[in-house]
Design a protein around this ligand. Structure first.
Ligand SMILES: [Zn+2]
Length: 266
């Protein structure tokens, strides 16, 4: 039986669960309450509620099951909204921050994929950096935590959303990167690049490119791509990337590329 609830009911339920945890396990509960303070607690689905608890290690990721109680057999895609929190990423024309645009596009992409029966895991849903608590630098902890979260979920593919920047303002256009030598990565990159060419910018001359320096590409075992949606250093493209309708088109194009990859590689 599918459970249907309003957004505020999910929120209420989560608050009640956290309160019960505080009573039952004061140590863990207090720690969790601290984390919760920085998160919005607004969830769109039961899956999001479970993701929230999994993020705080209160349910195992293997325990994430479909709402009807069966095993969730939907393909899993991890969407990684690049940067966040103290790490703004590129700072573009008009002080626009890469981290914000990444998250806005990632959220739209999540909705499109979920509407097509894909289980989506986001590495972040808020303006935060991730932590491992291992004492290394914040950026290094953030990247390690993303890799850990991805490997725990064993997704079919990982799509990391970024915006580019270059000293020469004239440089523009989306470009998708894959791990050098990865056949599957290059196939996924190609489908997304072509979809963006068709639906976002038919004039774009950029081609997919292999890369062996990006941390995520080097450390993740499943096909992974970095989608650089455009250049924030180009005034025209920066303006478009801030626009909700354009972000929506970018997300739509990326989701079609992912869906095609998933259906081709069953
Ligand atoms: Zn970036």
């Amino acid at each position: 039986m599918a459970i249907k609830m309003e957004k505020r009911q999910y929120k209420l339920l989560t608050v009640v669960m956290v309160a019960l945890l505080l009573l039952a396990m004061p140590g863990i509960g207090r720690e969790l309450a601290g984390c919760v303070a920085g998160e919005s607690l607004i969830f769109d689905s039961w899956q999001d509620v479970l993701e929230f608890f999994a993020r705080h290690d209160l349910v195992s990721r293997e325990g994430l099951v479909a709402t009807d109680g069966g095993v969730d057999e939907r393909p899993c895609v991890v969407i990684d909204a690049g940067h966040g929190g103290a790490d703004p990423g590129k700072v573009g024309q008009g002080e626009v921050l890469e981290k914000d645009i990444n998250l806005q596009i990632a959220r739209r992409l999540k909705l499109y994929l979920e509407a097509n029966d894909v289980r989506v895991v986001m590495t972040r849903q808020e303006d935060v950096m991730l932590e491992t608590g291992d004492g290394s630098s914040k950026k290094s902890q953030d990247m390690k935590a993303r890799v850990n979260l991805i490997e725990e979920n064993m997704p079919r593919v990982v799509v990391s959303v970024h915006q580019n920047s270059y000293p020469a303002e004239s440089v523009h256009g989306a470009q998708v990167f894959f791990f050098t030598g990865s056949t599957e990565g290059s196939k996924l990159a190609d489908l997304i690049q072509n979809s963006m060419l068709t639906y976002v910018d038919p004039q774009n001359k950029r081609q997919i490119k292999g890369d062996n320096t990006y941390y995520l590409l080097k450390h993740i075992s499943v096909p992974t791509v970095i989608v650089e949606c455009g250049f924030l250093s180009n005034p025209g493209e920066a303006k478009k990337l801030k626009d909700e309708e354009y972000q929506d088109r970018v997300a739509w194009a990326i989701h079609l590329g992912i869906l095609q990859y998933l259906s081709d590689s069953v």
